[in-house]
Each structure stands twice: as structure tokens, then as C-alpha cells.
Design a protein. Structure first.
Ligand code: T3D
Length: 263
């Protein structure tokens, strides 16, 4: 099944891997409502397709994503309906990245600013091109971190560093992003897509339990040990009843590599 492409969001499938490319390169892939809604729809379609087993999110051109499209300005009233806007467009997209039970890799090919950085932080893996940069740009225009940045960032880098990034809004380069734990790895720019595709293909050959790992880790920050142990029980029961568990144990006994199907 093909996931729907749109002029703002290219959806390309290669076997079990779906690559979603934000496609507004002239404005460093800044986010408007249509792009956020297309992203949300594509992820929902992907969630329903059992044969898709990993997702790469990247940007066209020299930027990953520069956050909210600021060009429309504030309009005649000088005010935005920020609450409605976040609820209707940003929250669904960020929630879709976190709740899809398939690994999502952000291949950060340039600047990730404001909500663009939030998109990258919401992913399960971040691979950065060596010239990529990250900024909590919100504060530069008098806003606060949104789209999950205030949730993901302290969990990834600790409160002290997260506050520094959020309050100063400075640009962080890829090496610094790696050092503080924003990204998993940095690769030469011209190898970024290949590196992301390789990781996605590997994850795409993984077992059904990958989605359950994501479910467990999503919950772990908000749970106490007792709740988390109970959630692990539930997830393990589900994993143990998967075809991939049978295949994993059979392959071990037969001393051969497993051939997982994601079921
Ligand atoms: O509405 C709500 O619900 C609130 C939600 C808010 C969420 C947010 O994301 S708030 C944060 C919004 N984003 C920003 O504040 C970042 C703005 N952009 C920048 O600060 C810089 O562009 C960058 C640091 C990202 C990159 O700088 P640089 O020098 O590499 O590129 P540039 O020359 O500034 O940008 C290239 C073009 O993209 C330029 O257009 P031009 O002059 O060639 O026609 C620039 O205007 C455009 N662009 C960059 N970012 C945005 C943008 N156009 C619209 N919106 C943008 N966010």
C-alpha cells in the first residue's frame, strides 16, 4: 500500500521503509498547517500498514525544518490563536510520531529550529549531517518551547542543559548536539541519507517487539517502577505471542539468523 504523497510532503517507499521528506526548501521547510496535517495523515496511514516497519523523516534542500512558518506574520488583529493552532495541527503530528509503533528516524540534514527541532526530538533516533544545527528558536521570538520540546529536551540532555538551550536559543552544531545527547550520531553530510536508510532497513528487519519497546519507553518517564513492571508484563505477553518470537527462538535453536516479519 502506498502512503499518500503531497506537494508539501514526499512519501517514498523502499521495501519496509517509508521516507517522509518535508518539502518547502525555499523556507527551510518551515511548517504550515497543511504540511503538519499531511505529516499527521501520512503517519496515520503508515501506522495502519503492517508491511511498513520503519520511517525516516528528513527535509528537502539545505534545512531540516525551521519551525512555524513566520511569514504570514500576525495578521490584522496582531494576535494568533496559538492554543487552537497547537491543538489542531502540532499536537496531532507530534503525537503521531510518538505513538506509531514503528521506529522513526529523523535524518537531520540542516537547521532544526523551534518546532522543527521538536519534530526531530520526537523521533526515536536522530542522525545528524555534520553541518546540521539545532536551535530552540522559540525564545528568539518571545515564545516558549512547544510541540514537545519542553518534554523531550530535558529527558534527553538533563534539565540544566535543556534550560540553557531553551532560554538562550543559541545554535548548537552537530558535534555539540552529539556530545550533549541530542543526537545519536553524526555523519558526513553526503552520507546522511545512506546512513539513515541503512539504519531504517536494519530496524525494518526487526521483530514486532520494536513497537512494544517504543510503547514501554514512552510510558517509562511518567510511571513508577511498579507500574512499569506491570506494563512490561503486558508487553512481554504480547511479544511472546508474536510470530516473530516463535521465529526468534526457532532460529536460535537452529543456529541461523532469524527472519522476522514484524508480526
Ligand atoms: O503558531 C503557533 O502555533 C506557534 C508555534 C510556534 C512554533 C515555532 O516553531 S516558533 C519558532 C519559529 N521559527 C523560528 O523562529 C526560526 C526562524 N528562522 C531563523 O531563525 C533562521 O532562518 C534559521 C536560524 C532557521 C536559519 O538561518 P539561515 O541564515 O541559515 O537561513 P535564512 O536566510 O534565515 O532563511 C532562508 C530562507 O528561509 C529565508 O527566506 P528568503 O529571505 O530567502 O526569502 C527565510 O526568511 C526563510 N525562513 C527561515 N525560517 C523561516 C522562514 N520563513 C518562514 N518561517 C520560518 N520559520
Amino acid at each position: 500500500m502506498a502512503v499518500t504523497s503531497s506537494p508539501l510532503l514526499a512519501a517514498d517507499r523502499d521495501g519496509a521503509v517509508l521516507t517522509l521528506t518535508l518539502n518547502r526548501p525555499d523556507v527551510l521547510n518551515s511548517l504550515n498547517d497543511d504540511l503538519l496535517d499531511d505529516l499527521n495523515s501520512a503517519l496515520n496511514e503508515a501506522a495502519g500498514d503492517e508491511s511498513l516497519r520503519a520511517i525516516v523523516l528528513t527535509g528537502a534542500g539545505r534545512g531540516f525544518c525551521s519551525g512555524q512558518d513566520l511569514r504570514p506574520g500576525l495578521g490584522a488583529t496582531g494576535q494568533l490563536d496559538v492554543r487552537g493552532h497547537l491543538r489542531e495541527h502540532y499536537v496531532p503530528a507530534i503525537t503521531a510520531i510518538r505513538t506509531i509503533e514503528k521506529p522513526v528516524i529523523a535524518a537531520v540534514n540542516g537547521v532544526a529550529a523551534g518546532a522543527g527541532m521538536s519534530l526531530a526530538l520526537a523521533a526515536d533516533f536522530r542522525i545528524a549531517g555534520e553541518s546540521s544545527t539545532f536551535t530552540q528558536a522559540f525564545v528568539r521570538i518571545g515564545l516558549v518551547p512547544d510541540s514537545g520540546s519542553s518534554y523531550f529536551l530535558p529527558r534527553l540532555v538533563g534539565t540544566a542543559k535543556a534550560l540553557e538551550l531553551a532560554m538562550l536559543g543559541d545554535l548548537v552544531d552537530a558535534e555539540e548536539a552529539l556530545r550533549v545527547g541530542i543526537v545519536n550520531r553524526v555523519v558526513p553530510d553526503d552520507q546522511l541519507i545512506e546512513a539513515a536508510a541503512e539504519l531504517a532497513a536494519r530496524l525494518g528487519r526487526g521483530p514486532r517487539s520494536l513497537g512494544l519497546v517504543k510503547r514501554l519507553f514512552n510510558a517509562s518517564h511518567d510511571n513508577g517502577l511498579a507500574e512499569q513492571l506491570s506494563l512490561e508484563e503486558d508487553a512481554q505477553v504480547e511479544a511472546a505471542s508474536s510470530e516473530d518470537f516463535v521465529e526468534g527462538v526457532t532460529a536460535f535453536v537452529e543456529k541461523r539468523p532469524p527472519r522476522f516479519t514484524g508480526r
